[in-house]
Design a protein. Sequence first.
Length: 344
Amino acid sequence: MNFRFFSQDLGIDLGTANTLIYSKNKGIILDEPSVIAMDESTHQVLATGHEAKEMLGRAPKHIRVVRPLQDGVISDFVMTQTMLKEYLNKAVAQRSAFTQIRVVVGVPSGVTEVEKRAVEEVIRQMGAKDVYILDEPMAAAIGSGLDVDAANGCMVADVGGGTSDIAIIALGGIVESTSLRFAGDKMDEAIVAYMRKNFNLLIGEKTAEEIKKTVGCVFPDEETENISMEARGRDIISGLPKTINVTSSDIMNALEEPIGTLIEGIKTTLEKAPPELAADIVNNGLVLTGGGSLLRGLDRLINYSTGMHVTVAENALEAVAEGTGKSLGSIEGVKRHAYRNRKY
Ligand code: ADP
Ligand code: MG
């Protein structure tokens, strides 16, 4: 065993909204939106990550800006591969070092076996020695510090951009899980629809996301009662630019439906669990991870609706990446938790 090379091992969170790369000794070495911009005529990559995200909804016709994993499935395969290659090249400056490393990738649970194999293939083509695919909720649980190998069950809900993954874990495996196509993106869409219906205001999804992060709230409290911000868009009737004042209670109304779906998903997962495990979880509570878990009041709303104790992981945005990285600490553990690449 060569420890010098093993210290190069990488964990990758290939998320629908953000891609993170974790190195065992350096921590998070890349954190970029899962967005890529390509010139349609020359097929040249123009930008990735933050730079490409800025181009969303603004690019001229010959430039294609996509979020290739938008709905939790790999909707644009070639673009996903290209983006992943760019990020790996950025993160691992020395190409020769790549041939010795092992990589664990966390993928959204809606991704099919064929797609998993293709992601694995890209990484192997770049020269990685071993590639393991880990289901996101398992990575999220490991990354947020839960003891996934214990007999005593634990529960995690990872609320990302495209998907919410809810899982009950015990003895190193996922016992019950639910993957919903209801997460941050659907909240943004709900805000767009609400603004159109109630204020005749047309806004873009990026503005909706900003509103959600700034004044978004799903459980009333004194602090947020008076929070508001200006939202800019276009008046549907006059076609002219318009600015209105949007409050947290507007957003609470707007988000009622997508949040209701998430709460139902949590309840259903709990109902499917064997009684012993359900009892463990009532004692141990639920841990929330993913960017969507930062929505103000979500923890309190879930607690109110289910009676469970709910905590938001301290590293909510990095939990999956850290979990993939940490799982490399014990290779036996990885083999147990992950889907191992086949040697052809
Ligand atoms: P994924 O794993 O699918 O890539 P992430 O876990 O990175 O997703 O979370 C991205 C989602 O989290 C986006 O929809 C983003 O708008 C949302 N998000 C990030 N910060 C906040 C916040 N403070 N409040 C509400 N939503 C947030
Ligand atoms: Mg994620």
